[in-house]
Design a protein around this ligand. Structure first.
Ligand code: ADP
Ligand code: MG
Length: 399
């Protein structure tokens, strides 16, 4: 996949109608936005387009209306919040590609901004229906994709419209592509990847692809126990993907053959059972990873492992991290995840965090501003790390 894509700065936008796909899929409660982070993140691209005289037609999905007109998933609340943030009116269309949207798009003046209704009110959106894509495209002269969170989906508004319009990236997508793309294609070395999270089976292709690229692969979190089992260690009641033990053996052999250092936990924080509730009190002890008692469950990496993993992150020039090191939702079991986050924060390396729970952990634990790049898309960043082509990026014009 070519990561060298044109952005809004590489084309002229003045006087043009620009269809800009954003990720305004914000959380709401009783019709009120509970976090406007995604709207704030979209501002640089929107402001650039407005300041450079474009007629800006924004679009996004929110939730999963599945082709039905669900009023609780209207983007009106987003238009209102966006207008407050921009300090300018945002014209709200009453439909997606209907008469109202088309009339308002046609009447836009340079520097004005409008928002279409929820793209997923239309069945054609997630089906990537060419007729719907064509209707969307008919309102504009240029397509800008600034929604990384949906870039791994071939939907009408993420990829389909690019069949009918010249297509470039906005700032958010550009940042994802340039930083993650560089890390995967031409990293500064040593390149260290740290993987964690619940299950090996969720990240099989990520492990396989990263072994082609990295100098060191670190495995922590729940997935480590299947690797430990593959090495012949007993793992007690810890998470185990029994049918993936052979896969882990293959990956260890691949690492060896490629000269990739594969680091597994050397000590483990164990408890009698998974905490219930997840953030409730839990009695723990630390044991060596090859001596996990049969009646115990591993729930975090131990102190020696924290130092080992954080040290590897500190010594690296590029670090990619996906997946928490333990059950970070529980303060007693968050220490491994905190140590790795601290290792990234202290490192001079280009540090990249992807994955829903790992980015949430970085943000909750207060490390976000010390990380080079926190990906804005969990699923999309995983597919990126798997080496897959992302339709919402592949459709953009090469530089
Ligand atoms: P991400 O969203 O960052 O890709 P995952 O969804 O794969 O991460 O995994 C996150 C989940 O893994 C968290 O809910 C965490 O509690 C869980 N987890 C991490 N380590 C363990 C463990 N040792 N045992 C059970 N669950 C774990
Ligand atoms: Mg997750």
């Amino acid at each position: 996949m070519n990561y060298n894509k044109k952005s809004i700065e590489d084309v002229s936008v003045a006087g043009k109608r620009v269809l800009c796909r954003c990720d305004f899929n914000v959380p709401t409660k009783a019709g009120v936005i509970t976090s406007d982070k995604r709207i704030v993140a979209a501002l640089p691209t929107i402001e650039y387009l407005m300041d450079h005289g474009a007629k800006v037609i924004l679009c996004s999905h929110m939730g999963k209306p599945k082709g039905e007109w669900k009023p609780e998933l209207s983007l009106k609340v987003v238009a209102q919040r966006l207008s407050e943030l921009l300090g300018k009116p945002v014209i709200m269309a009453a439909d997606v590609v209907g008469e109202d949207a088309k009339a308002k798009a046609a009447a836009l003046k340079d520097g004005e901004v409008m928002l279409l209704e929820n793209l997923r009110y239309m069945k054609g959106e997630t089906k990537n229906d060419p007729e719907f894509a064509k209707e969307l495209a008919s309102m504009a002269d240029l397509f800008v994709n600034d929604a990384f969170g949906t870039a791994h989906r071939a939907h009408a508004s993420t990829a389909g419209v690019a069949d009918y319009l010249p297509a470039v990236s906005g700032y958010l997508v550009q940042k994802e592509v340039s930083i993650m793309g560089k890390a995967l294609a031409d990293p500064e070395r040593p390149f260290v990847a740290i993987l964690g999270g619940a299950k090996v089976s969720d990240k099989l292709n990520v492990i396989n692809n990263l072994l082609e690229k990295v100098d060191t692969l670190i495995i922590g979190g729940g997935m480590a126990y299947t690797f430990l089992a593959a090495k012949g260690c007993g793992v007690g009641k810890s998470l185990l993907d029994e049918e993936k033990i052979d896969y882990c053996k293959d990956m260890m052999a691949k690492a060896e053959a490629k000269g990739v250092k594969l680091l597994l936990p050397i000590d483990t924080v164990v408890a009698d059972a998974f905490p219930d509730p997840i953030d409730g009190p839990v009695e723990v002890e630390t044991v060596d990873s090859d001596a996990i008692p049969a009646d115990k469950m591993g729930l975090d990496i131990g102190e020696k492992t924290r130092a080992l993993f954080a040290g590897a992150a500190k010594a690296a020039k590029t670090v990619v991290w996906n997946g928490p090191m333990g059950v970070f939702e529980n303060p007693t079991l968050a220490k491994g995840t905190i140590a790795v986050a601290q290792g990234l924060a202290d490192s001079d390396a280009v540090t990249i965090v992807g994955g829903g729970d790992s980015t949430a952990a970085c943000e909750q634990l207060g490390f976000a501003d010390k990380i080079t790049h926190i990906s804005t898309g969990g699923g999309a960043s995983l597919e990126f790390l798997e080496g897959l082509e992302l339709p919402g990026i592949a459709c953009l014009e090469d530089k």
